[in-house]
Design a protein around this ligand. Structure first.
Ligand SMILES: *Cc1c(COP(=O)(O)O)cnc(C)c1O
Length: 394
């Protein structure tokens, strides 16, 4: 394959070589079912237990609070649907935000339409941050759950999670956070932050795809999501994805161990990229909070440019980016996140998300900006709106 410049790490990441290494024996010689009683299967069981401990250590919780799922989407679905079922005698109101991942938003829509839930979708400010006054105001005696994402997958904004956790606790309401973009990227301690449930996914932190977990605090009444065998303390049936779980554990430990250094490097490159784009290309705007953002996230809007065309042209130079979230690409609706921060349609349509990794180099970013400058200029030359705009300026 030709060399590519991969700047779409919010969509997925490379499985780290040491993670693959850790997984391999569990595909080949250690294939026993962790539920079997002979000694041979014990090795698989140990692999799963070790991974659960590795993950629990990153969150500062007990390993009995970690429940493996088939990814971030399942963890989000589980948290919302099962909490709603278990607590509906107490109330039917859930508070979330307008900028959640579709795994949350579409689950909320389902609960609203099919199950009688009332959902409040909180607005965010122009930087994509929830206002705590809005949250407090939305709470009613019927509120059973607050679900606010830790960090946004499109614009990288990091929410005031500790404060939200305190508000939830004061009101005796459960607090769930979709931390798929944050786990392993920024420090998280579930007790300090007052988090009752937390979703995460392996493939966003250099682990394998199709594996995730839901952290569930002891005492949270939550129903089983998949019925069947007694795996995951009878809360999520199905033979464990042993290689996936082992890889996830290795990825989590690795992410935590390298977090500080990686974040420092990524922040430096991120700010360099933002600086070059916003100073060298006219009519461009940075989306998301300038500081309270993920170390690897850049999201910018170019006026008079169509995001999809931009992506295709970048692709022709081997540069992989995204025009919003992978799920919205392919449809013509502008991203719900960019709408929520108040961007007009035509500006939201000209948006580009570039998400770095620890492997990203300055040379790659220089190459990307150089191409981007040419491409934006070319696309604007073809835009009648831009032509009108320039005429009016003169
Ligand atoms: C990727 C992502 C998900 C979905 O995780 P999968 O493991 O791909 O199902 C959920 N929430 C956020 C914020 C994400 O970025």
């Amino acid at each position: 394959m030709e060399k590519i410049i991969y700047l779409d790490n919010a969509a997925t990441t490379r499985t780290a070589p040491e993670v693959v290494e850790a997984m391999l024996p569990y595909f080949s010689e250690l294939y026993g079912n962790p539920s079997s009683i002979y000694d041979f299967a014990g090795k698989s069981k140990e692999g799963v237990a070790h991974a659960r401990q590795q993950i629990a250590d990153v969150l500062g919780c007990g390993k009995e609070n970690i429940y493996f799922t088939a990814g971030g989407s399942e963890a989000d679905n589980w948290a919302l649907k099962a909490t709603f079922e278990a607590y509906k005698s107490k109330g039917n109101h859930i508070i979330t935000t307008k900028i959640e991942h579709h795994a949350i938003l579409h689950t909320c829509e389902y609960l609203e339409k099919e199950r009688g839930a009332k959902i409040t979708y909180l607005d965010v400010d122009e930087n994509g941050i929830v206002r705590l006054e809005d949250l407090e105001r939305a709470i009613t005696p019927e509120t059973i759950l607050i679900s606010v994402m830790f960090a946004n997958n499109e614009i990288g904004s990091i929410q005031p999670i500790r404060e939200i956790g305190m508000i939830a606790r004061e009101h005796g309401i459960l607090f769930h956070t979709d931390a798929v973009q944050a786990f392993g990227q920024v420090p998280i301690n579930v007790d300090e932050y007052g988090i009752d449930m937390l979703s995460s996914s392996g493939h966003k932190i250099n682990g394998p795809k199709g594996i995730g977990f839901l952290y569930i605090r002891k005492g949270v009444k939550i129903r089983s999501f998949v019925h069947g065998g007694a795996q995951e303390r009878k809360r999520r049936a199905g033979t464990e994805n042993v290689p996936g779980i082992v890889g996830y554990g290795a990825a989590a430990e690795r992410a935590a161990a390298t977090m500080e250094k990686r974040a420092a490097k990524e922040i430096e490159l991120r700010d360099y990229l933002i600086h070059r784009i916003t100073t060298e290309i006219p009519y461009v705007k940075l989306n998301g909070h300038p500081e309270k953002r993920l170390p690897n996230n850049v999201n910018v809007s170019f006026r008079f440019v169509e995001g999809e065309s931009l992506l295709l042209m970048l692709d022709s130079f081997g540069i992989c980016g995204s025009s919003g979230s992978a799920c919205t690409s392919g449809s013509l609706d502008p991203s719900h996140v960019l709408m929520a921060i108040g961007l007009p349609h035509e500006i939201a349509h000209g948006s580009l998300r570039l998400t770095l990794s620890e492997e990203t180099t300055k040379e790659e970013l220089d190459y990307t900006v150089d191409k981007l400058k040419d491409i934006v200029e070319k696309l604007r030359k073809m835009s009648p709106l831009y032509e009108d705009f320039i005429k009016k300026m003169k």
